[in-house]
Design a protein around this ligand. Structure first.
Ligand code: ZN
Length: 156
């Protein structure tokens, strides 16, 4: 099992290689095995989604690549990848004063357990750049705070 520090390192490598994703996908058969769990992640090469099987719609897990995949794998194992410190659970976020969540991407998965922490079973939410997320259980509002977004993203 990789430590969170190692995972964060891989995440940063993934950010750097993110813009090369399309090139990678065009190249011949991937020589790396796509990681299906955090344990199998050994670098950004192992984070290329296999894609959908023929005549099926791809699931998130099949389609997700790079950072998105790493975050998904982490989510599946209950690891909060980008927050080694717990989310702010000292209060319930409101629309006017939401809980800010830092993210390297334009969305993030957060697991809300209410305020105080563990008041309710974990509720997975996905605040994005466009939309805040509101917990169904406790109503807490989470707002994305982008950090270190790769500059390439703004020049398509
Ligand atoms: Zn909640």
């Amino acid at each position: 099992m990789l430590s969170l520090n190692q995972l964060e390192l891989i995440a940063r490598q993934s950010i750097r290689s993110f813009s090369q994703r399309s090139i990678l996908l065009q190249s011949a058969k991937p020589t790396y095995k796509t990681a299906k769990s955090l344990e199998e992640v050994s670098g950004s090469e192992t984070l290329i989604g296999a894609g959908a099987k023929e005549n099926t719609f791809p699931t998130d897990l099949e389609q997700a690549t790079g950072l998105e995949r790493l975050e998904l794998l982490a989510k599946l194992e209950g690891v909060e990848l980008f927050d080694t410190k717990p989310l702010d659970s000292s209060r319930v976020g409101t629309i006017a004063d939401p809980i800010l969540v830092e993210s390297y991407d334009d969305y993030r998965y957060v697991g809300c357990t209410g305020s105080p922490a563990d008041s309710h079973a974990v509720e997975w939410l996905k605040p994005t750049i466009e939309n805040v997320a509101r917990c169904w259980e406790c109503g807490s509002v989470y707002k994305l705070k982008p950090v270190g977004v790769p500059q390439d993203d703004h020049h398509h």
